[in-house]
Design a protein around this ligand. Structure first.
Ligand SMILES: [Zn+2]
Length: 496
């Protein structure tokens, strides 16, 4: 019954993403903005502590990072922008108000192209604005079970960029794809770590449902407290389910704020529309208006790196990669850089698609496997292996110095030791056996020692040849070319 009715409703989701900017100093003072793993209340000054009479000064780098993000996401950058005071009483707000932006944000419009199960979907953005982060409240309990709170002001004043999407998201899966693509883009821009676990990337979701075909929006429920992409998707799913049940049982969805409970995968009411704050926004009197000239926008446009989609398409065209190979190799900017560096080294006379693909297969295959063993997302630069190592490995295989089997062995040694593949090959005598006389000698020995498979082969069992090839390969420790070994064996066997 529920599922049959549920299909009559369309899911409408908009996301609000808060992103901490990776600037040296805070938004309005000179304190260091990095507070992760730092003693509480050591990165503070009269400005971010909210002392009366202290004057804020705009961090230009934070403005530039926000405009860069806007340009990457196709936003318009209005020439005039300003900061406003957002007033609300909460103990994490040192001044009793937050300096934010209201009616004149830094970036407007734009959007992000996402893909779910091969289906592209464009999510428009409403705006991107800049504000300051609040202090951190840590809730504790004393020996008698009495609750109390600790305040860490280190986070107060850290530059915070808020990216607001339009209600264009139609499923939890699309929300997940949007967040992944946004995080990837922010990391490419190097404006934020965008790490949800560390709190430098936070997301609230506005969820509503409406009868399919309807143009009006249903009552909007704001869902908070999600600490991972998976939590965001689960929260949306459970909220859609709850609202569907309310409507199908003849009820009315109430506009409210709800908190997501990870343990149960459900949401609970936090406050209704009636209790919503009236922020009484007004222009921040202590800061000048924020003007961005067209020349400044142009300068920032020039600073934009090649973005994930463009780079992926170029990798497909330039290196002959499949879309999924190109997607894997452009997942992070560091990975794409490492790959391109290795291709350049492996192709000193210009790009050779065969070699570029061989390099790609090492990155995606054995190198990825070794990095994974080191524990998840280990960047290549954090291992003893370099792009030069991988390029050399490809060159050694393509030039016939070592076999593919040997190359895998060499890679593992290089990954552990950081030694150059050519040095490993030389030290350990791993060069391919190309001495036909030696292969011939070993082949005859193997035939001599294995009368049963030889008889099988003579009786027409082709698999017996594979066994004999394996024996020769074992004796050469994988240093012979399997195809030539098969040729030599066949010659002897067929000659009887
Ligand atoms: Zn400060």
């Amino acid at each position: 019954m529920t599922t049959a009715v549920a299909t009559e409703y369309e899911v409408v989701v908009g996301l609000e993403v808060h992103v901490q900017l990776k600037t040296q100093s805070k938004m309005f003072c000179g304190c260091a903005a990095d507070y992760f793993d730092v003693e509480p209340n050591t990165r503070v000054c009269p400005v971010c502590l909210g002392m009366p009479g202290m004057l804020p000064v705009i961090n230009r780098a934070a403005v530039e990072y926000t405009v860069l993000t806007g340009l990457a996401l196709g936003c318009a950058i209005p020439q005039h922008s300003k900061f406003d005071r957002k007033n609300y009483p909460y103990p994490d707000l040192m001044k009793g108000y937050q300096i934010s932006q209201y009616d004149q944000p830094l970036c407007v419009g734009g959007g992000l192209e996402i893909e779910v199960d091969g289906v592209p979907h464009y999510v428009r953005l409403e705006r991107i604005h800049l504000e300051e982060d609040t202090a951190r409240l840590l809730h504790r309990e004393d020996a008698h079970g009495e609750g109390y709170s600790l305040l860490d002001v280190n986070r107060s004043g850290v530059p915070l960029m808020e990216i607001v999407s339009r209600p264009d998201i139609r499923s939890a899966a699309q929300a997940g794809a949007f967040l992944r693509k946004l995080r990837q883009t922010l990391r490419y821009l190097e404006v934020s770590d965008a790490d949800m676990e560390k709190g430098s990337f936070r997301c609230d979701a506005n969820v509503s449902i409406r009868p399919r075909g309807s143009e009006t929006l249903g009552a909007k429920v704001e869902v908070k407290n999600m600490n991972s992409f998976r939590a965001v998707m689960r929260a949306i799913e459970s909220e859609v389910e709850r609202q569907t049940e309310v409507l199908t049982s003849g009820g009315v969805v109430v506009q409210e704020t709800r908190g997501y409970i990870d343990a149960t995968g459900t949401t609970v009411s936090q406050r209704s529309k009636e209790e919503a704050h009236d922020y009484r926004y007004f222009p921040e009197p202590d800061l000048p208006p924020l003007d961005i000239t067209p020349a400044e926008v142009e300068e920032l446009q020039r600073r934009l790196p090649e973005l994930p989609d463009a780079r992926k398409q170029r990798f497909e065209a330039e290196f002959g990669l499949t879309p999924s190979e190109a997607a894997l190799l452009t997942e992070t900017r560091a990975e794409a850089d490492s790959y391109e560096e290795a291709v350049a080294l492996a192709c000193p006379h210009g790009v050779d698609k065969g070699r570029a693909r061989a390099v790609a297969h090492w990155f995606i295959g054995d190198v990825a496997r070794l990095r994974h063993q080191e524990g998840g997302e280990v960047e290549l630069s954090a291992t003893p292996l370099t792009s030069a190592h991988i390029a050399e490995l490809v060159t050694l295989v393509e030039g016939g110095t070592i076999t593919l089997t040997t190359a895998k062995e060499v890679l593992e040694i290089a990954f552990e030791s950081g030694s150059r593949p050519s040095a490993i090959v030389e030290e350990r005598g791993l060069a391919q056996v190309r001495d036909e006389g030696e292969i011939d000698r070993i082949a005859r020995e193997v035939i001599e020692a294995n009368p049963k498979p030889v008889a099988d082969y003579a009786a027409g069992k082709a698999a017996a040849l594979q066994f004999l090839v394996g024996q020769v390969m074992r004796q050469t420790r994988g240093r012979a070319d399997a195809n030539s070994v098969a040729d030599v064996l066949r010659r002897h066997l067929d000659a009887g």
